[in-house]
Design a protein around this ligand. Structure first.
Ligand code: G3H
Length: 256
């Protein structure tokens, strides 16, 4: 029955909170690796959370990926007076147009009846372009909005899957393999202990911003194939809420 299932998931949620040391966990039934609608179910939970917790004129920063794109599909008005601003958390990070943080921020804003600002920076950026770009007033302005965001929504990817999808160079791929990278989030790659083994140089939120600022961080990641990646990210990354699916949750608990 539905009740039975809900109770079963709440037991899993409690176990996952303890295992990953995260304050809030929400688990939806299914496996996002096989069923696309599971990402949308995670998206619905994310949207309800925002509806309950965001105030007027707050800023929400979002990363890229297919999971965040599914959250955008589910985005709905955050209520009449809640005129939120959506910004990409970081520059492009080499994703397809529909999975880019810019596209997702704009779509969320449209569906939430909010506003958006975009970051027009390529990535990865060379050290010298990075130094030049962060001095551009148009970039600085958006960067300040990003750094002051009230909430940050992000995905987690399997490291090698993400590196290949973003057409990462052979050198970097080899480095990621040698250093045993397991997860990726915000353009950072982590090993199984949560240590940063590589970082894509682009403009936007850096990992230390999450621990220094009092932002509400919402992580959305599911699918059995992401179990190790999720465990790895939580060894290092700060998050207030993990929204995941049953298949990922069960695999994480089996492996830990
Ligand atoms: O940073 C993580 C990735 O954006 C996750 O991508 O949701 O398509 O698996 P995905």
């Amino acid at each position: 029955s539905f009740m039975h299932e809900a109770m079963g998931l709440s037991v899993l949620e409690k176990q996952l909170k303890e295992t990953l040391q995260v304050a809030n966990v929400a688990i939806v039934p299914g496996n996002s690796d096989d069923q696309e609608w599971v990402k949308q179910e995670m998206g619905k939970i994310c949207v309800s959370f925002l509806q309950e917790n965001m105030s007027s004129h707050e800023t929400i920063a979002v990363t890229g990926g297919t999971t965040m794109a599914a959250v955008a599909d589910m985005m709905a008005p955050l209520s009449e007076e809640k005129d939120c601003l959506f910004v990409p958390a970081r520059g492009g990070i080499g994703e397809k147009e529909e999975s880019q943080a810019n596209t997702i921020a704009a779509k969320m804003a449209r569906q939430a009846h909010g506003n958006y600002r975009l970051l027009y920076v390529p990535d990865p950026l060379s050290e010298s372009s990075y130094r030049t770009m962060i001095k551009e007033p148009a970039v600085t302005e958006v960067l300040n909005l990003i750094k002051d965001a009230n909430a940050v929504l992000h995905g987690i990817g399997d490291a090698i899957t993400m590196a290949k999808r973003r057409k990462t160079s052979e050198d970097i791929l080899r480095k990621l393999e040698e250093e045993k990278a397991v997860s990726e989030a915000f353009g950072y790659y982590f090993n199984a202990s949560g240590a940063i083994v590589h970082k894509v140089r682009t403009i936007g939120i850096h990992l230390h911003d999450l621990s220094e600022r009092n932002q509400c961080v919402i992580t959305v990641a599911g699918g059995q194939s992401k179990a190790q990646a999720i465990t790895s990210y939580f060894k290092q990354g700060r998050s207030d809420l993990l929204i995941t699916d049953e298949a990922a949750a069960e695999a994480i608990l089996r492996e830990n």
